[in-house]
Design a protein around this ligand. Structure first.
Ligand code: HEC
Length: 136
């Protein structure tokens, strides 16, 4: 089974993307999220989430909105999935410093900024069991 972990950096668990649990009952407030994003995230990810890129196209800090970012069908475009990621991992190097509410607010804000649109999203959940934060 060794090959499964071949590309994993040493000591990083397969959950290494650092998703933690956040309370999905919390109501997101994107206005608060916008302020928090400006305070805690924009220094690396840019004022509009556009990220920072090297001349060769590799990122210093990945875009979290706009053309270079993940599309709106990605798990990361869902408020509570993104909140679970940023609570565990962001701000980079300061994981687990946001409260659930802050993570949900920030996630609601940046996930709904303009980003590439995934084609045929309507076919993603054929059984009609899409979670409430899936994008239409
Ligand atoms: C000190 C710089 C820094 C700060 C501040 C920071 N990030 Fe990040 N962020 C990064 C880096 C570097 C990565 C890439 C990590 C990796 O690839 O493992 C990243 C990755 C991400 C990703 C994943 C993007 C993708 O395409 O998978 C999201 C979403 C994100 N950050 C959101 C945030 C939010 C929201 C905040 C504020 C709460 C924040 N970041 C603060 C540096 C930062």
């Amino acid at each position: 089974m060794n090959w499964l972990s071949q590309d994993m950096p040493f000591g990083v668990s397969p959950e290494g993307r650092g998703f933690v649990k956040v309370n999905k009952e919390l109501e997101p407030n994107s206005e608060t999220g916008k302020k928090l994003f400006a305070e805690k995230c924009s220094v690396c990810h840019g004022a509009d989430g556009e990220g920072q890129y090297n001349a060769d196209g590799t990122y210093l800090y990945p875009a979290v909105a706009g053309d270079k970012s993940f599309n709106d069908g990605a798990g990361m475009a869902r408020t509570y999935t993104a909140a679970a990621f940023i609570k565990g991992k962001m701000p980079f190097g300061q994981g687990n410093t946001l409260s659930d509410q802050e993570a949900v607010d920030i996630a609601a804000y940046f996930t709904h900024l303009p980003r590439p649109v995934k084609a045929n999203k309507d076919k993603d959940w054929p059984n009609g069991d899409a979670p409430k934060d899936v994008r239409r």
